[in-house]
Ligand binder design. Structure first.
Ligand code: ADP
Ligand code: MG
Length: 685
């Protein structure tokens, strides 16, 4: 007999577009929470689901107050006797006397003033935390339902003003939509690889039952992410295969003279890269090389070599920087040398008059200018080259786009990408899979490693005393202003105010200048020139000095509220000192340790422990996410959320193999489109 006809099991169709809805579509997200989430890079529901916990609460013992032991984490069931809050500077401390019948203890909360009104006498509470010398420091608590104090509750990267409770509640709600994302992998692949469904993996990532559970989920999501990346790389590589460049003739007289006019000899590391570049330029496939070198390692000398190779071949070079300040800085560095060599250089900026700009563009278009320097945006959108042979792209984690834009009718320039935000070689190969990677691994020999110290605000007077000693010895200094929230204008005003305050107090009697992003080009240039010419002792600055400024006589830097900066950013900032033979210092000032987030403490400790940019980059990947107020550089293709590079080498290999057979999968394809779209977006502002 025929089996009875049955309806197929109800199976909802994937609706991935629902995950792209903004976080405001979740309950309780108003403008303030949206802004806070935005600072963590969370804009859509999908972003929230991809916000990976940085750790999970451990499985803590449930104890009584009498049983508390050392500083061991524990969970207590208590009732409130009385509670009161007070302020100490920016810190709010809430103390509650709590009891469970076996004893009484003082429980403390930081920066949760609103809680005071809830902790009425008699309130039953469940608290998780650690005993300390004042009593019991609470890390999470529940009134009623025990969700926050549960074992393995997720602990998310966050900022000081966004509570774990909020993030947990929001992810909980977002998980209800996890299935809308659909399942990108065919069931056959899932079966052979023994992988959980993607939606289940998301649930387990945020709500694991054990640590192993969480790790299995993370690896599933990492595989998805690596697969999308591999598919994107394959697509890019295919596009590039059809490009042709003109081979340049071998190195000749101009670069020989360049070596002579340089005030130093290239180091072995620099020479090695030069050799690699020469080999690339001799080929008819366009060079696509990534030059990684820590700040101060001497990339610019190598870049100029590549540009001059174009010029001596009778063609042109372009040097593209991410900001106008940096373009100007590059221009100032190379102009003198080029003048000695008889090579004409043009600085293309948007801040000159329209007439000057037209004139400069004409010189580039006619071929009279050998090397053009400008911002990426400008060179890509406005300038026509007579015959562009070599493009150097500084500080942009982007991907082939510039090259397509600068493409002159079927003939592509050779492109050298430079980055001083070193990413670990493993990641570079993953992310820029089709770029050749060069490294300047050692800085010029006469450098001493920068001495870095972390001091708290109470001791900042000593930091300034130290800075003044350098000034009295004829050295110069930087003071980096805190990252305040708000617009570039707010930031600029804060920097001006701080410079004024320093002139009146700590730095009275010294010549103090100030630079920030709101200064007119002429004023900014004047301030920079005054500083490098020794007419200023101190430069008070926002992060505009993050890259490119090169004043070897500057030997000390104070970074205020250093806990608010990202690790890559701190490292970049620090690279402004230590550029001469003198011993240099970097003093990181922050609030007291116990007021900082875990990640901030980890960042500052990492800065003190090493000056090796590659090591810091690895550390950054481990602690990344938190408090990166201006971490946009990390976005796009380098932004792997789930992958742990060292631990997941096997997954990377698997992803490479699987990419070959999964080229046609729809959901993966859509993710690839999104990724490539995003990559084109990065740095275009
Ligand atoms: P990067 O761009 O990699 O941060 P720069 O190219 O700005 O580094 O170089 C940093 C400093 O080191 C500059 O003052 C530069 O003149 C100097 N420098 C570069 N190469 C050498 C070298 N081979 N020997 C001595 N000093 C060098
Ligand atoms: Mg540089």
């Amino acid at each position: 007999m025929e089996p009875p006809a049955r309806w197929p099991a109800t199976r909802s169709l994937p609706r991935p577009e629902r995950l792209e809805l903004p976080v405001e579509t979740l309950g309780g997200v108003g403008p303030s929470v949206r802004r806070k989430l935005g600072r963590l890079g969370i804009v859509t529901v999908a972003d929230l689901l991809a916000h990976r916990p940085r750790r999970y609460e451990s499985a803590a013992e449930e104890r009584t107050i009498a049983e508390l032991f050392g500083d061991e984490e524990a969970v207590l069931d208590v009732s409130v006797r009385r509670a009161s809050g007070r302020r100490r500077g920016r810190l709010h401390i809430l103390t509650a006397h709590v009891t469970d019948g076996t004893g009484e203890i003082r429980a403390t909360w930081f920066n949760q003033p609103w809680l005071e009104s809830k902790l009425l006498p008699g309130t039953q509470l469940r608290v998780r935390g650690r005993p300390n010398r004042f009593g019991f420091q609470v890390s999470s608590y529940d009134v009623g339902d025990a969700a926050e104090t549960a074992d393995f509750a997720p602990v998310y990267p966050s900022t000081a003003d966004l509570a774990q409770k909020t993030l947990r509640a929001l992810t909980e709600e977002a998980l209800g939509r996890a299935r809308d994302g659909g399942e990108p992998l065919p069931s056959a692949v899932r079966a052979t690889e023994a992988l959980p469904l993607r939606a289940d993996a998301l649930v387990r990532l945020h709500r694991p039952r054990t640590e192993e559970d969480a790790e299995r989920a993370r690896r599933r999501l990492a595989l998805d992410e690596l697969l999308v990346l591999q598919l994107a790389l394959r697509r890019r590589a295919a596009e590039r295969e059809v490009l042709v460049a003109e081979a340049l003739p071998p190195p000749a007289e101009l670069v020989a003279r360049y070596r002579e006019v340089l005030p130093f000899t290239l180091t072995a590391a620099q020479e090695h890269v030069v050799t690699e570049i020469d080999a690339d330029l001799a080929r008819t496939t366009p060079m696509q090389r990534l030059l990684q070198g820590d700040v101060g390692s001497g990339k610019t000398a190598v870049a100029l070599y590549a540009l001059l190779r174009a010029v001596e071949g009778g063609r042109q070079g372009a040097l593209m920087a991410p900001t106008e300040t940096l373009a100007e800085q590059h221009f100032l560095t190379i102009e003198g040398l080029c003048a000695e060599l008889g090579v004409r250089v043009a600085l293309l900026t948007s801040s000159v008059t329209a007439r000057e700009r037209r004139a400069a563009h004409q010189l580039v278009a006619s071929g009279d200018v050998g090397v053009a320097v400008g911002t990426h945006a400008l060179i890509q959108s406005e300038v026509t080259f007579a015959d562009l042979a070599v493009a150097v792209v500084d500080e942009q984690h982007r991907f082939g786009v510039e090259q397509r834009a600068a493409l002159a009718e079927g003939r592509s320039p050779h492109v050298l990408h430079m980055t001083a935000t070193p990413i670990p070689r493993t990641l570079a190969l993953t992310v820029y899979g089709d770029l050749a990677v060069s490294e300047i691994s050692a800085p010029p020999a006469d450098r001493k490693p920068i001495v870095t110290a972390w001091v708290t605000e109470e001791r900042s007077a000593e930091a300034y005393a130290r800075l003044r000693r350098h000034l009295d010895d004829g050295r110069q200094a930087y003071v980096v202003c805190p990252l305040v929230e708000g617009s570039e204008t707010t930031l600029a005003r804060a920097a001006e105010d701080e410079a004024e305050r320093l002139r009146a107090h700590e730095l009275a009697g010294y010549r103090v200048g100030c630079v920030h992003g709101r200064l007119k080009t002429a004023a900014r240039r004047a301030a920079m020139a005054a500083f490098s010419g020794g007419e200023l002792d101190v430069l008070v600055a926002t992060t505009v000095i993050e890259v490119g400024i090169d004043v070897p006589n500057a030997t000390i830097m104070i970074v205020q509220e250093a806990d608010r900066f990202g690790l890559a950013q701190l490292h970049q900032l620090r690279g402004r000192v230590g550029r001469g033979a003198e011993q240099s210092y970097c003093l990181l000032v922050s609030r007291p340790r116990d007021e900082l987030s875990e990640a901030a403490v980890e960042r500052l400790e990492a800065m003190v422990s090493t000056t090796d940019g590659f090591e810091l980059a690895e550390r950054d990947l481990e602690i990344r996410g938190e408090g990166q107020l201006v971490g946009a550089r990390q976005s796009g293709l380098t932004d792997l959320r789930f992958t742990r590079l060292r631990a997941d080498r096997d997954l990377l290999e698997r992803a490479k193999e699987l990419a070959v057979v999964l080229e046609g999968e729809t959901l993966l394809g859509a993710a690839v489109e999104r990724l490539l779209g995003e990559a084109e977006h990065v740095g275009e502002s």
